[in-house]
Design a protein. Sequence first.
Length: 98
Amino acid sequence: MAKYILSNKAQYDLERIFQYTEIEFGVSQAENYLIGIHETLMALSTEPSLAQDVSDIKPGYSRYIFRKHYIFFKKRANDIFIVRILHQQMKVQLHLTS
């Protein structure tokens, strides 16, 4: 069974996404948005080739666009490791440094 693992930073990103969406659009929309992200992560875990290779940004990374967010992950043998979930207006290079 395919699965995904969240980095601590990706978990923090999800918390921030929920908080912002809840404040701006309400709890129902925030929950729906996170459900959409979860469903996307599950789909990527079974078919990581849906994402774009972005090794030019960070070696070994892939990126998938979910609405207004970029999902950055690394493919591993038995799962995908979600590195960050960043809003499209964020400076990606700044947030993908180790």
